[in-house]
Ligand binder design. Sequence first.
Ligand SMILES: Nc1nc2c(c(=O)[nH]1)N[C@H]1C(S)=C(S)[C@@H](COP(=O)(O)O)O[C@H]1N2
Ligand SMILES: [Mo]
Length: 497
Amino acid sequence: MTGRTAWALIGILCAAAGLAVGHLVAALRDVATSPVLAVGSAVIDRTPTPAKEWAIRTFGTADKPILVGSVLVGVVAFAAAAGLLARRRLRYGAAALAALAGLAGLAVLDRPTTSAADLVPTATAAAVAVLTLVLLARARPRDTAPGRRGFLLATGAVAALALASGGGGWLASRLRLREEDVALPAPRDPAPPFPRGLDDQVPGVTPFRTPAADFYRVDTRLDTPVVSTDGWTLTIDGDVEREVTLTFDDLLAMPMVERDITLTCVSNSVGGPYVGGARWLGVRLTDVLDLAGVGRSADQILSTDFDGMTISTPLALATDGRDALVCVGMNGAPLPREHGFPVRLVVPGLYGFISATKWLTRLTLTTYADREAYWTRRGWATDAPIKPSARIDTPRALARLDAGDVVIGGIAWAQADGGVQGVQVRVDGGPWEDAQLGPTAGDPYWRQWFHRWRAEPGSHSLAARTITADGTVQTAARAEPFPAGSSGIHELFVEVG
Ligand SMILES: Nc1nc2c(c(=O)[nH]1)N[C@H]1C(S)=C(S)[C@@H](COP(=O)(O)O)O[C@H]1N2
Ligand SMILES: [Mo]
């Protein structure tokens, strides 16, 4: 090994030890303060919307691991450079590692809610990186001196420290994610019995109800927040007659309603995966707002999560009689941590980014003129009803099928347009034919559908569209997700042999 390579590796090893110890310290309290995740979050918040959209389109849900991986690659390059600097002068290398930690510290301070204690993991990372660098530099054999064994021992010790802390951090964050025991009350206003869907009848169709474990997850976070019901409060403030703060028990004591609602993400492209149907349990949003008494000037509900992230919802739409819920349960269980435990908003008919605040802690009655939420600042629409759409689940795009009877099937939704009245299927650009609908679980919920097709050998295009309650046919006009949701018809190609 040349001297240079050795020094570059020393730099990387010291940075790794620092990061691993920093991550362990963060995992014991709040994973989000881990240096790498803090830098990743700062990058997310600063990435221009078109680049973010491109990343979601290109990498899908892998966009976050790819982001964290890129940050780590950057750290490795920087740390190698720090090692090379240390070869010249130990002091320079140490300063470079400290500067790297300083950058992470700035990222930590960039979070909406930071206290001095949040800097502890990064400060620990800096101290460990610099100290191990000094240790290894001291132990490094000079050309003439013996001492090789001491260096190997020291290197081994630093590597062991990195591995043990990394493993410990991973374990500690796993343990923190354990579910909290919560007994939810029975709904005073239950949803009707859930109908049997087409799940068994149409192989490959999306299940009528999405299990929580399979439910799509979209948020700006790199960690899974751990919010306890103990100490959790919901404050209703702003333009209200009286500010109100509810504890989790206060909320559970209010009348509970249960509804089947299909959530959809504005970032979903036509035919995409960011849509899910579940049974939600919660308190009517209007019941909660009535406790505080909404003032006259408000036109926006600005909701805030436990970490200061904000989402805006048009007040008029959220209180127009639809079943907007301050929600505590999903599919008969408490909300999973990924989906907002202990409390989130669910508003039928509006895309999640203007309605479905997870880890909710505050509802502020305000105006769009006064306050801007996270995505509003980034140019997304403030008024974004979910656009009607049909998705083909089966057959899959580019599937190779046997000639003969084929069942085409999928789901369709029109939550903001009175529900799905029909679905039509078109083969090879021919006439639109009516598909058969599965049962309904209410207008804010999706419908499954299927259509029988006699497939002849050759390549074929399949398309589907939905028809909403008043007979309007879903638009064929193509729109990208930004700024108010995608539109267009889902079309795919199959090969029949
Ligand atoms: N606190 C918080 N709530 C959030 C988000 C977020 O980034 N932070 N993302 C929203 C978006 S864009 C969507 S589509 C829904 C997704 O909810 P799910 O992850 O439970 O499917 O949550 C919404 N609630
Ligand atoms: Mo979303």
